[in-house]
Design a protein around this ligand. Structure first.
Ligand code: MG
Ligand code: MG
Length: 261
């Protein structure tokens, strides 16, 4: 875990700008998600869009990652690499995007449906997104970090899903990843106190089957060990009084066909 930095209102505004850029990018990508499109094509769409808005892709070059998006299909959990793979009817596809402008980062992810998907996959997407919503609702001033973690965990575990342990949410600001770690499991009332100035990315990674994951030979892709589908949703959120300030938005994304269940 990296150091924790509290942001000024002006800095939170900058994170908000980058976060909206990411949200708009995910909506652009969502419009193009259909059977037959390659994940490399989606990556190009995202890269051109981010640059057209005067921002820069945050992932490209991060620890040597060569792409704008992480695209993780079906059993792939996160950090999938765009490439020649063409999406097929029935796939679920997690698209994770980061952007940076004026030295501040935004980060968000959404899992889309390619054409018609199974009822089981629909439930996985709904539950993962709802677990994010519950986690976000707990991200308020005066609460504890563990409240967020427990909210995600309790909801996802009701469905007997596997909650990935190896990868977690994070603080965000002048760096894509800062402290604190924001796991998707934990105990209510535990952990650091949530205060204004803290900005975090909350990102449940939920497996339909067991929680164990493996890393693929490409050195990046994380995949569910049992080969069952996995979903991932992420918001960048500023801690505020009473109600969290969600800096990313799914509003435009959810107008695309691939976000309809
Ligand atoms: Mg992300
Ligand atoms: Mg993140």
């Amino acid at each position: 875990m990296g150091a924790i930095y509290y942001k000024t209102e002006n800095e939170i505004q900058k994170i908000h700008q980058s976060s909206l850029n990411v949200s708009n990018t995910l909506a652009e990508v969502g419009k193009s998600i259909e059977p037959g499109i390659s994940t490399a094509e989606l990556d190009k769409i995202a890269e051109s869009y981010i640059i057209s808005q005067g921002a820069k892709p945050a992932f490209k070059g991060y620890k040597g990652f060569p792409f704008t998006l992480c695209i993780s299909v079906n059993a792939q959990v996160v950090h999938g690499m765009p490439g020649a793979y063409k999406l097929k009817e029935g796939d679920i596809v997690s698209v994770d995007c980061g952007a940076v402008k004026d030295d501040f980062y935004g980060d968000s992810a959404y899992t889309f449906a390619v054409g018609r998907i199974s009822e089981e996959a629909k439930q996985l997407l709904r539950v993962t997104k709802e677990s994010l919503k519950l986690g976000v609702e707990a991200a308020v001033e005066g609460g504890r970090l563990g409240d967020i973690c427990a909210s995600v965990q309790q909801y996802a575990e009701k469905y007997k899903y596997g909650i990935v342990r190896e990868l977690v949410g994070h603080g965000i600001g002048r760096s894509l990843h800062e402290g604190p770690d924001v796991p998707n499991y934990g105990k209510r009332g535990n952990g650091m106190k949530l205060m204004r100035g803290l900005v975090i990315a909350i990102e449940p990674m939920i497996n339909m089957g067991r929680k164990e994951v493996i890393q693929e030979d490409d050195g990046w892709t994380i995949t569910a060990k049992d080969g069952l589908p996995s979903a991932h949703f992420e918001h960048t959120v500023a801690i505020a009084k009473g109600k969290p300030e969600i800096l990313t938005t799914f509003e435009l994304i959810e107008q695309t066909k691939a976000a309809q269940l």
